[in-house]
Design a protein around this ligand. Structure first.
Ligand SMILES: *Cc1c(COP(=O)(O)O)cnc(C)c1O
Length: 355
């Protein structure tokens, strides 16, 4: 077995993969593949219903919110959030904490004015800006809870006089959040909750229908809510695998339990980096992500041989994003602490060899 530190699509629990593989051949003893049954069949409707209730249960989603499973990835939500929430002639506020946040605000410009309340662009997004005021006259405030590429994370969500829209693609279900503090949460599944092909949306119902603009059906949250995520054929298999992953998470004790594990994994890894003379963490210490741990070699010439050593130990997906360089260890929910320990051993062994 490999130690999969890839940033996305990311690691899934092994038992989930086994169950998913079975369902492709014979789904729950029906004699049919999950891939060839109607999305309107009672069997699949049960899958979708269970996925929705697991999201509600694991995240304690309050009354007045809808849970949707849509297609198009988080990148489509960059456009759908303003399409559905930003009134004609209105303004939206954005916190620019990386490439994904920047892509989100660019899409919003198609629908209205955008105010960037703060940015950490000048430092290549190594920290989360904290000194800013959220304008009360904007329709919403958009944030990215975890910046996958730079390894920074909002450990405290901002106080905001306006609804908060949050891209949680790379840390959804990794820690407890108070859903009532948000107007809209969205996440591409393929980082921390399932395979590629489905996007989770949690939206506060009473924010909808206020833009004064006509919205085509597929892009309209209200239409998707009324259709129960089945206005058209949903991504059945991706929803099924996400449902299995959420079930796995529930069996582990849910979000509070995984949060403790995630904190422990992050702590041992950052401690190992901080105490190793050959490596250096990239993000500002107070903003370090518990999902994507970005670090570099003090000596750039050590990069290749270290990756080679990792390869020999079955460590994969460790190469950093091209805009940051170095290494990125993505330690998502499904990555066991044993894999983190193998990485730490590799770092120590490398330091020993290169004294
Ligand atoms: C990966 C990622 C995205 C893009 O997701 P797609 O589903 O590929 O569109 C957006 N935001 C964040 C924070 C991500 O990590």
């Amino acid at each position: 077995m490999k130690h999969n530190f890839g940033a996305g699509p990311g690691i899934l629990p092994h038992e989930v993969l086994k169950q998913a593989a079975e369902a492709v051949v014979d789904f729950n003893g029906t004699g049919l593949s999950l891939l060839e049954i109607s999305h309107r069949s009672p069997e699949f409707e049960a899958v979708l219903n269970e996925a929705v209730s697991l999201v509600k249960e694991l995240f304690s989603v309050p009354e007045g919110y809808s849970v949707l499973f849509l297609q198009g990835g988080a990148s489509t939500q960059f456009a759908l959030a303003p399409y559905n929430l930003l009134p004609e002639g209105g303004k939206a506020a954005y916190l620019e904490t990386g490439v994904w946040a920047n892509k989100a605000l660019k899409e919003a410009k198609f629908f209205g004015d955008v105010e960037i309340v703060a940015t950490s662009k000048e430092s290549n997004f190594t920290y989360i800006p904290k000194d800013y005021t959220v304008p009360a006259d904007a329709a919403y405030f958009h944030i990215t809870s975890n910046n996958t590429i730079y390894g920074t994370q909002l450990h405290q969500f901002p106080k905001s006089p306006i609804p908060v829209v949050c891209d949680m693609s790379s840390d959804i279900f990794s820690r407890t959040v108070n859903v009532a503090d948000f107007g809209l949460i969205y996440a591409g599944a393929q980082k921390n909750m399932g395979p590629a092909g489905v996007t989770l949306v949690i939206v506060k119902d009473d924010l909808l229908g206020k833009t004064g603009r006509k919205i085509p059906a597929m892009f309209n949250y209200q239409v998707q809510i009324e259709g129960g995520s089945m206005y058209n054929t949903p991504p059945c298999f991706a929803i099924y695998v996400s449902m299995l992953t959420l079930k796995w998470l529930k069996a582990k004790g849910g979000v509070p339990a995984i949060e403790l594990e995630n904190n422990a994994k992050a702590k041992v890894l950052y401690d190992a980096i901080d105490s190793n003379p050959l490596f250096k963490a990239v993000a500002a210490p107070e903003d370090r992500s518990h999902m994507n741990v970005c670090f570099v070699a003090e000596n750039p010439e050590h990069e290749k041989p270290f990756l080679k050593l990792c390869d020999e130990k079955g460590i994969v997906g460790l190469k950093g994003h091209r805009s940051v360089g170095g290494f990125r260890a993505s330690i998502y929910n499904a990555l066991p602490i044993e894999s983190v320990n193998v990485l730490i051993e590799a770092m120590n062994e490398f330091a020993e060899k290169n004294k």
